[in-house]
Design a protein around this ligand. Sequence first.
Ligand SMILES: [Cu+2]
Length: 278
Amino acid sequence: MNAATKLAAFAAGLALLFGGAAVAGGAIGPEPSEDAPQEHTEMTSPHAAPDPVRGLAVEDDGLRVVVDDPELRRGRTETLTFRIENARGETVRDFDVEHEKRMHLILARRDLTGFQHLHPEQAPDGSWTTNVRLPDAGSYRLFADFSHDGEARTLATDLRVDGPAQLEPLPAARPTAVSDGGYDVRLDAAHARPGEEAELRFTITKDGAPVRTEPYLGAGGHLVALREGDLAFLHVHPEDGDGVRFAATFPTEGRYRLFLQFQHEGRVQTVAFTQEVS
Ligand SMILES: [Cu+2]
């Protein structure tokens, strides 16, 4: 083959490749629109469950989380500023109140340590600001959990804290744990199997005496569930009635870290559990 023939063959090959891609694109293209009406029906149904997995993407349906400066210094109290932008790059200003707040900010290091749940303040330009102190170096996941135009969303991005990081293995699953303020908490998880709705029931005692929690964010407690590996953020909702109970659907087998927060005697307690799903 001379150079010109080679070039022609190469060009023909390219045309085939792109032609193939166009066909494949065409085949894939119509699917989402076929699904769309069904998805819409699900969303308008009063008993529809939102997608159980969130928080894997920086952008969802045209909304995007943008952090001004994702680099934080270790052990310093820093001002963290972020905004939610729409598809036109404009800062979103209107948020719905969900669990008593318009914005919930969750932070966790990639090894699922260093959990924080903060409620930033909104500035007139729509941006959100909070003070944050990260005592340990490493890569952190930032989850902005909010509702806009009646739809709940969790967008996520990474923060970095420079320095040597001592990453921790995920603790083994145990039914009991102690909160940061010394409360004993027991977890009973029924039906913790992939794709099934599990009931997570927490029993709280202090020095052996049962504790009745005070309302926190409009419920008996607040629960965040993150999947080991990709830190997928699960949608969990509190159940009505007595006690600290939640319904969660674990989408896959694997291990999850559950961060329960509850309030007693005016103070918020945080306690974490490892949940195995198989
Ligand atoms: Cu919150």
